[in-house]
Design a protein around this ligand. Structure first.
Ligand SMILES: NC(=O)C1=CN([C@@H]2O[C@H](COP(=O)(O)OP(=O)(O)OC[C@H]3O[C@@H](n4cnc5c(N)ncnc54)[C@H](O)[C@@H]3O)[C@@H](O)[C@H]2O)C=CC1
Ligand SMILES: O=C(O)C(=O)COP(=O)(O)O
Length: 530
């Protein structure tokens, strides 16, 4: 039974799929402190959070069973990603489900700050009919600067057009072509800062974006501009904003997010009449909360059930066209890695992967992660290594990874060859997918073979002499080990040869040492690919 802890308020409807799963039990326990989480996290396989829970390295260290942290939303700045990667904890988010909701909140904030709605509301409900203090401005014909033209920024731009605004956009990934499609003028930060009547920020908080709007930017802004932050506290320098309001540069600001959340009781924003605030409500609609919870629950369920996943925050994304080519090879790659690791004696120093055929045309890094996972799992334990941390663990152990590519794959469409070098030996295995036959190992060291990489295998090296096959068969038979398939390969008649057997049950160590005593048999090694 997998145990999932939900430590922030997450939509019940959205996590229904998890709650209904027969193999999952869900505990909802929002609002725990770090110490309280550290005390209980050891029992859980998955943790579901929003932005409130800070998932620290301490929590992850205590989460000995923790496989996945699911963020029901976009921002993962509350999760220690390097610590997660190091421990092989997969971090996933739900980036699409709250885009429209957050965009609409941004618009609500922009209109509220243009028309002083919260301030007017407060006066009206207090019994004062004040129609003089709240003269607003129209959005029509105003210049809106959008910093960060990703999902939310682009949706804001689309809606701003309908309001008759002129839009300047900046994003390192915004192309001229896309800007034109969105009806946005591609601009620089400086352009936007100097010319906008309204600025809205929609970037993540990174060392580069931290205080992207600070004193030097406020100094050159149009007098009377208004600014909105429904992305992340810290993008706009809070102290510099208060100064810019005092200097009459900024006429109004609308903030949904703060550098420290919740803000201290004496935070200057809370008493400034020109600043309106909401408590990080950007994603808080029924629809968005259901969407993100559904997305994250599905992914968490797949990860817990070991169904290959394609996207994680702590792993580079795989484009769909590349995934189509690579995905069928993920399981084969892992098995080839495991196979060659079981053959190799001594500490692995170098892994060489050769991709031949169509595979050579695409970015094969995701497949390499599976191969390395297969190799390292043999030594470190399958529960310790996954595709998120496999490369990191190899690097940590100074294992050199060499990737080679060639367009010619002998007679196959694709061929994946994995060699391992240790101080003692160099071993090699190659595999492919054959239409109608599935996964095949087609080469072991220098011997061509045709073996399905599954189940219990015994690899025997021997001299090519008559009687060997019979002797091996009789010994295994007399020990009640049934041979399902057998392959023999040799270099030259009478030279060195190998035999690969698939057996129905694991042959004990004693049987393997009996095999080695047979005449002309050099080595026998059991390989498990379950
Ligand atoms: N207030 C709230 O409740 C919510 C806040 N958010 C936050 O909103 C922000 C945007 O979210 P999405 O649009 O979904 O993310 P996104 O990843 O689709 O867009 C972010 C964009 O920022 C751009 N960017 C990065 N560095 C930049 C820079 N120096 N200058 C300009 N652009 C830069 C990126 O290229 C990307 O296109 C995130 O910080 C997210 O955490 C998201 C949902 C709800
Ligand atoms: O999705 C995001 O990045 C958000 O900031 C939303 O945060 P929340 O899930 O409402 O705590």
């Amino acid at each position: 039974m997998f145990k999932v802890l939900v430590s922030d308020p997450i939509s019940d409807l959205g996590i229904q799929k998890l709650m209904d799963a027969a193999d999952v039990s869900v505990d909802k326990n929002p609002g725990l402190s770090e110490d309280e989480l550290v005390a209980i996290i050891g029992d859980y396989d998955a943790l579901l959070v929003r932005s409130q829970t800070r998932v620290t390295a301490r929590i992850m260290e205590a989460g000995k069973r923790l496989k996945v942290v699911g963020r029901a939303g976009v921002g993962v700045d509350n999760i220690d990603l390097p610590a997660a990667t190091q421990r092989g904890i997969i971090v996933i988010n739900a980036p699409d489900g709250n885009t429209i909701t957050t965009c609409e909140h941004t618009f609500a904030m922009m209109m509220a700050v243009a028309r002083h709605i919260p301030q007017a509301y407060l006066k009206t409900v207090s019994g004062e009919w004040d129609r003089k203090s709240f003269l607003g401005v129209e959005l029509r014909n105003k210049v809106l600067g959008v910093l960060g033209m990703g999902r939310i920024g682009s949706e804001v731009a689309k809606r701003a057009k309908a309001f008759g605004m002129e839009i300047l956009g900046y994003d390192p990934f915004l192309t001229e072509e896309r800007a034109e499609k969105l009806g946005v003028r591609l601009s620089s930060v400086d352009d936007i800062v100097r010319n906008a009547d309204f600025i809205t920020v929609h970037t993540p908080l990174t060392p580069e974006t931290r205080h992207m709007i600070s004193r030097p930017q406020f100094e050159v802004m149009k007098k009377g501009m208004r600014i909105v932050n429904c992305a992340r506290g810290g993008l706009i320098d809070e102290a510099a904003l208060v100064e810019a309001i005092d200097q009459g540069i900024v006429a109004g600001a609308a903030f949904d997010v703060f550098e420290v959340e919740p803000p201290a009781a004496d935070h200057p924003f809370l008493t400034n009449p020109k600043i309106i605030v909401t408590p990080h409500l950007g994603a808080s609609t029924v629809e968005a909360q259901e969407n993100v919870a559904i997305d994250v629950s599905e992914q968490v369920l797949n990860i817990l059930r070991d169904i290959p996943f394609i996207n994680a925050v702590n792993m580079p994304p795989i484009p769909a066209n590349v995934l189509n080519i690579l995905q069928p090879y993920f399981s084969l790659g892992e098995k080839l890695g495991s196979f060659v690791a079981q053959l190799t004696e001594g500490a692995v120093e170098e892994i060489t992967v050769n991709y031949a055929g169509e595979l050579a045309e695409v970015d094969t890094q995701p497949l390499t992660r599976y191969i390395v996972r297969g190799i390292l799992s043999h030594h470190l334990g399958a529960d310790q290594v996954n595709v998120v941390n496999s490369m990191h663990l190899a690097k940590e152990r100074s294992v050199n990874i060499v990737v080679q590519k060639s367009h010619i794959a002998r007679d196959f469409t694709n061929l994946v060859t994995v060699s391992l070098r240790s101080k003692k030996v160099e071993r090699l295995v190659a595999g492919t997918l054959l239409t109608g036959y599935g996964q095949r190992i087609v080469q072991i060291d220098r011997f061509p073979v045709d073996v399905a990489p599954e189940g219990n295998l015994i690899l025997i090296s021997h001299h090519d002499k008559p009687g060997i096959i019979g002797n091996v068969g009789s010994l295994l038979g007399s020990n009640d080990v049934n041979i399902a398939t057998m392959q023999v390969a040799r270099e030259l008649a009478g030279g060195s040869a190998i035999m690969v057997l698939t057996v129905d049950k694991v042959a004990s160590k004693e049987i393997i040492s009996e095999l080695v005593k047979l005449p002309d048999l050099i080595k026998a090694k059991e390989i498990n690919l379950l």
